[in-house]
Design a protein around this ligand. Structure first.
Ligand code: NAG
Ligand code: NAG
Ligand code: NAG
Ligand code: NAG
Ligand code: NAG
Length: 585
């Protein structure tokens, strides 16, 4: 990790100030990068400008905040004004801060010139006591707001705490939530979304994705001060899965609550009185999709708890994972319960996930062999609660380095980069239902793929841009609008979420609150809402469950991508991004 307490200098060579192309020395450098700030006196009126920075050594990428950087060659970068700041007047100084990334501890020399500005260009000496998460040095130009990814990460975890069903722990951090659904056949787990059903498939898929991020980007969680909260987050559902699986009777809980009865109630989970029927999977009722995904979550959980010092719990999780997978493998067929709302199209992807996490937990190659029976080469439409094809391909690539699987991942990413619609402000827009969620899940896949060495610079740039859109690089409500509730200054106030919409007791809560104007009384901190339409339009309206629903699966890839981005910042691999509608200050 970089020691950001160092100061980095760019120095001016006074003898060279009177040439149009000014060489500079960079004294501040570290393994993988260097940093500095250039200030060029403006000697000619400019409406739009292009500067060229020339390096003596290859520079892989350049981070710059006030302008747009394009790599012309490894040794030449074109720096252009943003659309928000085109005019430069004689007497101004054009300043920009940059971080260059390269291989090893390079110390390039650099020079800069501005196209069409014939007068000599000077570069000034500037101390730059900044790291990638702090703002650049003084400048008169507008610059994109740096996102606080650690803040968004901590808030995402808080959203899951608002979704908790059952008896809440003494350290509950969501003051407007209390104990609820204590008489469920299996208490605990998460309410799925703005409603109060506990659906097995999205709950298990979400837990697996969250665990994947904890295992892969633990440093991101540690850096954000969130590792313990994240372990509590997944333990909440892992406990529920352990209680819900009986290896003797071979019975697993698949769903608690009836979708129709639940959806005809608008109120607090703490006040529910309707029957909450239980649906099980067993030797006569199929559900290998849910059983396998639950086994995947349990197996991934066993690795995480082993690594984080709870060996006994880890063993318990692994034992349950193995018996559950064995049951799923021998009792095939997707769950077709009543009012499930989350019917899986296919179970092969879930079975594949179970085998791969079991292989990672046990190193038993039988599981890897089984994975080959389930993996498909098809390019998934998205990573979702239903479709884990790309996750299976990516993990198999990580384990085997077989090109067959990296090709499938590249195909998936190619579709996302080039084959789908983008909103004018640049969100990769897959579907009107939860557009943010699909983009964030793909961002997570992109960041994992980059980590596995698949097109790292391209995928990182794309992924961070998608996340930046969700966190504010869009034009809704004048721009800088976060689709994550509680992040920044502007965010959704009317999520389609029953509990948050209810005033404090003893006030009643009913369907009147669904249509009540004004902000929900409680801020559902950390949740991302469905997201915009194809044209960036969005309505912060509680009754609009298409654009304004929240859900546990919506936040899963989003949270994983945040941990990955914090990891990139820590390892100095944060990409140069170029969002179309940046939030400027
Ligand atoms: C360099 O910066 C200093 C302090 O900001 C300023 O006083 C000086 O005029 C600058 N020189 C040039 C050549 O811009
Ligand atoms: C980012 O958010 C965290 C958590 O809320 C906070 O402690 C930190 O000061 C923030 N960082 C910046 C640079 O604002
Ligand atoms: C499976 O569950 C159903 C519904 O709870 C029950 O009627 C059936 O007896 C169970 N089958 C087995 C083999 O346990
Ligand atoms: C359960 O799955 C088996 C095997 O896939 C299938 O033959 C059977 O029809 C399924 N049962 C039900 C009730 O869907
Ligand atoms: C809640 O609603 C019931 C039935 O409509 C009513 O009798 C009661 O007074 C209400 N309570 C409050 C606090 O408004």
């Amino acid at each position: 990790m970089i020691d950001w307490s160092l100061l980095f200098l760019l120095i001016l060579h006074p003898a060279l100030i009177c040439v149009a192309e000014t060489p500079i020395s960079i004294l501040g450098h570290w393994s993988g990068g260097f940093q500095g700030q250039a200030c060029i006196p403006i000697t000619k009126e400019l409406d739009g400008w292009k500067a060229h920075i020339l390096f003596s050594e290859d520079v892989d990428s350049l981070d710059i905040w006030v302008a747009v950087a394009t790599k012309i060659s490894p040794r030449e970068y074109l720096i252009e004004n943003t659309q928000y700041k085109t005019q430069e007047h004689v007497g101004d100084r054009l300043c920009f801060t940059f971080i260059g990334h390269g291989l090893g501890d390079i110390v390039p020399t650099a020079s800069v010139y501005v196209e069409g500005m014939d007068e000599p260009v000077g570069l000034n000496t500037t101390h730059v006591p900044t790291g990638p998460t702090t703002s650049p040095g003084p400048t008169h130009a507008l610059h994109p707001v740096r996102k606080n990814y650690t803040d968004a990460l901590g808030k995402s975890i808080l959203f899951y705490e608002a979704q908790r069903s059952g008896k809440l722990p003494a350290n509950n951090r969501v003051p407007w939530r209390g104990d609820s659904a204590l008489n469920d056949c299996v208490p605990g787990g998460w309410y799925d979304a703005g409603d109060h059903v506990k659906f097995g498939l999205p709950m298990a898929s979400t837990t697996t994705v969250l665990l994947w991020s904890i295992l892969k980007f633990k440093d991101g969680y540690v850096q954000s001060g969130q590792l313990n909260n994240a372990m509590d987050q997944v333990k909440w559902t892992l406990d529920y899965f352990l209680k819900g699986w009986n290896p003797q009777t071979k019975q697993l809980v698949a769903q608690v609550g009836d979708g129709r009865a639940d959806h005809s109630y608008w109120g607090r989970p703490e006040d529910m009185t309707m029957p909450r029927p239980c649906q099980f999977i067993n030797e006569t009722i199929n559900g290998s999709d849910i059983a396998a995904e639950t086994a995947a979550a349990l197996a991934a959980g066993s690795i995480a708890f082993k690594e984080n010092g709870d060996a006994a719990y880890s063993t318990q999780l692994l034992t349950a994972a193995e018996s559950l997978y064995s049951f799923a493998k021998t009792h095939r067929g997707v769950f077709k319960g009543s009012a499930t709302y989350y019917s899986s199209r296919d179970e092969k992807d879930e079975l594949c996930m179970a085998t791969l996490w079991l292989y990672r937990a046990t190193h038993n190659t039988q599981y890897l062999h089984d994975a080959y029976d389930y993996v498909e080469d098809l390019w998934a439409w998205a990573l979702s609660w239903d479709d884990k094809k790309v996750a299976c391909q990516l993990i198999l690539y990580e384990e085997t380095h077989d090109d067959r699987f990296s090709k499938a991942v590249v195909g998936f990413m190619q579709a996302w980069l080039d084959g789908i619609n983008y909103t004018p402000c640049g969100l990769a827009w897959r579907d009107m239902w939860g557009a943010n969620r699909y983009a964030a899940n793909s961002a997570f896949v992109a960041l994992l793929s980059a980590e596995a060495g698949i097109n790292p610079s391209q995928y990182r740039k794309w992924a961070v841009e998608q996340m930046n859109y969700i966190l504010g690089d869009n034009k809704h409500d004048g721009g800088c609008y976060s689709f994550q509730i509680g992040y920044g200054d502007k965010y959704p106030l009317q999520p389609h979420h029953r509990a948050a919409s209810c005033p404090d007791r003893p006030a009643n809560c009913s369907f009147a609150q669904l249509n009540a104007p004004g902000p929900s009384p409680h801020v559902l901190i950390g949740a991302i809402v469905g997201g915009p339409e194809y044209n960036d339009n969005y309505h912060d309206l509680r009754s609009d469950y298409i654009l304004n629903e929240v859900a546990t699966d919506y936040n899963s890839g989003f949270q994983g991508a945040l941990a990955a981005i914090v990891h990139l910042q820590m390892t100095n691999n944060f990409p140069v991004t170029n969002n179309k509608c940046p939030c400027m200050v």
